[in-house]
Design a protein around this ligand. Structure first.
Ligand code: NAP
Length: 274
């Protein structure tokens, strides 16, 4: 039981398909105690059975990260229920629809600000607010995607947000290392979730990743969950500031594994079969 005695909070479970749920499940299986959060009353009822499933009991708190007072209230609830905590999972991102398809050049200042605020600044704010209750051997995890490093169709504004998030991880890791707080990100391969449904042509991303990753499979939330659990546990006690890929190896590919038919037209090679 790698997480026995560890307590933490998980932000970003929308349903049982959420990456955060995969991480929470892996932590629970390894003995962690957790609290989870919901965005607003509309989602509260949906999360009640999930909180029960995760043995969170009544530790289900509201937290819309665009409202600083809710982050402060979250800290107070966690302090009351747990005293100290050992881990935080930040699995939150948002971009208005206009930022996830179409011409990149047309992105508005407003959409840019909202996306960076919720997807990136919230990590800094949450860690700062919860820092007084973080133990001297604690771990923070956030979720990124390869579209923050390289161009990916339609990922547009979220690509810029993920680039900023990955640098935020590194600056936070340096700043908080002296306090015994580690900060890492998982760069996950594409997974069909609620948030992913907002990205134009997401089905194509799934097919492309499956065809071009060395493992020839898309990743699951339990695979991301297990890697996340490792980064939250003491097994990774010397790891901080990392962007850890859980993507079937897709990121190492320098050339897509496209094959050409007899007429010279490119097509995707499925599972390496000729
Ligand atoms: P998801 O299940 O839809 O989770 C996204 C979560 O963000 C939801 O719980 C959502 O809450 C929450 N959220 C949005 N705005 C918020 C706010 N203002 N305050 C608090 N919570 C807010 O989708 P997911 O794919 O698991 O996404 C989790 C993270 O993984 C995101 O950072 C995403 O970019 C990243 N990621 C996803 C993939 C993928 O392919 N799915 C790949 C790599 C990285 P509501 O649902 O209640 O609105």
């Amino acid at each position: 039981m790698v997480m026995k005695g560890k307590k933490g909070v998980i932000l970003g479970i929308a349903n049982k398909k959420s990456i955060a749920y995969g991480i929470a499940k892996a932590c629970q299986e390894q003995g962690a105690e957790m609290a989870i959060t919901f965005l607003n009353e509309r989602f509260e009822q949906k999360l009640v059975p999930i909180a029960e499933d995760l043995d969170c009991g009544a530790r289900l708190y509201p937290c819309d990260v665009s409202k600083p007072e809710e982050i402060t209230a979250l800290k107070e609830s966690l302090e009351k229920d747990f005293g100290q905590i050992d881990f935080i999972v930040h699995s939150i991102a948002f971009a208005p629809k206009e930022g996830l398809s179409g011409r990149f050049v047309n992105i508005s200042k407003e959409a840019f600000g909202v996306s960076l605020d919720i997807s990136v600044y919230s990590l800094i704010e949450i860690v700062r607010e919860l820092k007084p209750i973080l133990s001297s051997s604690s771990s923070v995890l956030t979720l990124s995607y390869y579209g923050g490093e390289k161009w990916i169709p339609n990922y547009n504004l979220m690509g810029v947000a993920k680039a900023a998030l990955e640098m935020t991880v590194k600056y936070l890791a340096e700043d908080l290392g002296r306090d015994g707080i580690r900060v890492n990100a998982i760069s996950a391969g594409p997974i069909k979730t609620l948030a992913a449904a907002g990205i134009g042509d997401f089905g194509f991303m799934l097919k492309w990743n499956k065809a071009h990753s060395p493992l020839k499979e898309n990743v699951s939330i339990s695979q991301v969950g297990n890697s996340g659990m490792y980064l939250l546990s003491d097994l990774s006690s010397a790891v901080t500031g990392e962007i850890h890929y859980v993507d079937g190896g897709y990121n190492i590919m320098g050339m897509p594994a496209v094959e050409f038919d007899d007429e010279g037209k490119p097509h995707i090679a499925w599972n390496g079969e000729k």
